[in-house]
Structures are given as C-alpha cells and as structure tokens.
Design a protein around this ligand. Structure first.
Ligand SMILES: *Cc1c(COP(=O)(O)O)cnc(C)c1O
Length: 373
C-alpha cells in the first residue's frame, strides 16, 4: 500500500476554463475568471471586498502594508504557525511578539494576549489552525480596547465559521490560501479579504504595483500613475480559471472531506492520544486531521511505523520563537504549548480521493501502535 500525505484534487473543469481564458485573448490578471472568483466569495460569505493574490503569503504582505507597519511596531501572533504569518510583518520592520497556543488546540491562547500588549503593539494576527476558529469573544474585546488591527491568517479556513460568521469576515483583513495542500486549490494562489472600507481603495493600488490602474480600467480616471508603494500581487487569468473550476465544486469538496474526517475521528476516538477538539463556537471545515501524541518519541515512532506501511504522515510547524532566524530576539521566551504541538502533533493523509478503506487501514495501524506501547 502507498498513501501519499496529499494529492491535489481536480474537479475536471480546470483545463476547460484555462482553455477558455487562453482563447479569450486576455490572460493577465483581473479578467473574467478573477471577477467570477471575487464575486463567488463576496456572495457566498458576504466578505466586503475580495482580491485574488498570487499566494496567501502575498495577501499577508499586503495586509502589513495596508496597516502601515513600520520599524519597531509590534505584532502579536502564535508561534505555532507557518513562517509567512510572521515574515509578512517582519519585511515591513515589525517586531513579532509570539504568544502561546491553547492547551486544547494549537490556536493562539486568547487569555495570554493582553499581557503582551505594549504602547508599540499595532496588530494581532490570528491563525485558524486546521480551519478551526480562534476564540473571537475575548480577542475582539482586546483588539477594540487597545485599538489594534485584527488580521486573520485564514489560509486553512475556507468555508469555516465562528458561530454564524465565516472565518475571514471578522478581522479588518484576512488572507486565504489556495496552495495545492489546501481544501480548494490553484497550485499557488491566495486571496486578501478586506472587511474595513478604509482599506479597499489602497488595497487595489498596492496590488497593482502602487498604481491606480484598477480605477483606470473601470473608467473612473483617464490615466493611471504611480500613487503609492506596491508590488505585483495579482495572479494571471490562467490561475483564476483553475480556481473557479474548484470553487464551483466547493460544497461537494467540503461535504466529502467532512465524511473522511468523521471516519478518522470515529475510528480514533478513545485511545491514548488526543484527537482534535472542536470548540462549541467553531465549525469544522475538514482541512486537516491530526492527532497529538504524549511525547516526541511516540510521535516520531508512529510516523516511522506508518512510513513502513507506505503511509505518509507528517509533523507540522516548529515553534517560530525557536527558529534560527528569530532565536536571538526571543530573549528566552517560554511557550510550552507551542513546543508541545511542535513535538507531538502528527497530520494524517486527508485528500478528496482517499478512501474509507485506506482510512481504516491507517487507523488500524495507529490503534495497534498505541495498544502495543
Ligand atoms: C498555507 C499557509 C500559508 C501560506 O500560504 P501560501 O498560499 O502558500 O502563501 C500561510 N499561513 C498558513 C497558516 C498556512 O497554512
């Protein structure tokens, strides 16, 4: 048996739409398919304004520019996250203040944030790990009390909710990813969601190399020029065409992934390791199935055991506060929960074409592994 960790799912329409985009004669950005993708998200989730980007990393970089991060500004975020969450703000000169994760899940521990706020704090960046919402009740209160920007790294959080609110709709800005490892994909791609009107016009400019070209194309001005800093953050129509084929199948993809997730969860509950806990305020978008082992030796042993059986399971983030790049600035900060997830969390294969039979095989090996310990 050979089960990869991930296998990109194709709906079948991708190449058809790419062909249409090519035939249309316009394959640079912001054409018909980009507009279709924007409309899809703005209608389905009532996001105020959506802009496709070349990656979630780029959407985060745009967010950092939009909130005017300057040298010395402090940004609070979890240490247990992908480098891009931090890098986007570091590029603008921010000092990252890492917070610990919850005991129950890898999301930022909302009760630890307030103590980290100083006069230099400018923003809180949330990561909805595995597509499970952070605890907004506390976090929104803190951000309002200290007048901080709230930014959602919603890379994994498509079609997931906090109570009845879609993730990506609560922060001032949010960033999604369509990298091939996410639920809905286009190879490399992302999206910036703007929920605060103040940022809409400037976001278009930053995304178009610091020019007001978007306004020009809408006929609102008769020539376009350099008006701000910016870069080339918009994807081509070829990428947007691919993405649109995926979005048309979003409900199907989500329903199917949830069935696979539930199969894992049913098979794995009640053993000597932890399975994901979904807080009452959160929905599950079946982005990831993970388990948390009791120690690193156990976790690495399980990865090896699965590998011997042809099954690719992987650990996930290493705490950013302990990274080679950040260590010197970290001043010995201690984030035990973040380190615990770095040492003991294991992600299991989860992709559209995975079968119940394969899941049962994987979970039998896992359950046997723990029984024999
Ligand atoms: C995937 C991911 C990113 C990066 O997304 P790209 O589209 O590859 O730039 C950032 N943050 C988190 C939490 C992610 O899971």
């Amino acid at each position: 048996m050979s089960i990869p960790f991930n296998k990109p799912y194709l709906t079948g329409k991708e190449t058809h739409y790419i062909y249409q985009a090519v035939q249309s004669g316009k394959i640079s950005g912001d054409g018909l398919f980009t507009k279709k993708c924007h409309r899809f998200f703005e209608e389905k989730y009532r996001f105020k304004k959506c802009l496709l980007t070349t990656s979630c990393t780029d959407a985060l970089e745009m967010a950092a520019i939009l909130i005017d991060i300057k040298a010395g500004d402090e940004v609070i975020m979890p240490s247990y996250t992908f480098v891009s969450t931090a890098n986007a703000f570091v590029l603008r000169g921010a000092k990252i203040i890492f917070a610990d994760s919850n005991v129950q899940n890898p999301n930022i521990d909302a009760t630890k944030i307030e103590a980290l706020i100083t006069s230099k704090t400018k923003a809180i960046v949330l990561v909805h790990y595995a597509g499970i919402s952070c605890d907004f009740s506390e976090i929104v209160k803190i951000s309002e009390k200290y007048n901080l920007f709230l930014i959602e790294d919603a890379a994994q959080a498509i079609d997931s909710f906090y109570l009845d609110k879609p993730l990506g709709s609560i922060g001032h800005l949010a960033a999604f990813s369509f990298h091939e490892t996410k639920n809905v994909i286009c190879g490399e791609g992302g999206m910036l969601v703007i929920n605060d009107d103040r940022f809409v016009e400037r976001a278009e400019i930053i995304r178009e190399k610091g020019t007001n070209r978007s306004k020009f194309f809408r006929g609102e001005i008769d020539k376009y020029s350099w008006v701000d800093i910016g870069s080339s953050f918009l994807p081509s129509e070829i990428v947007a065409a691919f993405l649109y084929a995926q979005l048309e199948e979003l409900d199907n993809i989500q329903n199917h992934r949830k069935k696979l997730w539930e199969r894992y969860d049913g098979n794995l509950k009640g053993n000597r390791f932890k399975t994901p806990q979904i807080p009452e305020y959160a929905t599950n978008n079946a982005h990831m199935y993970y388990i948390v082992c009791n120690n690193m030796r156990e976790r690495d042993g399980l990865i090896t055991k699965l590998k011997e059986n042809g099954i690719m399971a992987t650990f996930h983030y290493l705490s950013l506060h302990k990274s080679e790049y950040y260590q010197k600035q970290a001043n010995g900060v201690n984030l035990p929960e973040s380190d615990r997830y770095a040492d003991t969390l294991i992600r299991l294969p989860l992709f559209y074409e995975l079968t119940f039979f394969e899941i049962d095989t994987i979970t039998n090996i896992i359950n046997d592994f723990f029984t024999q310990l």
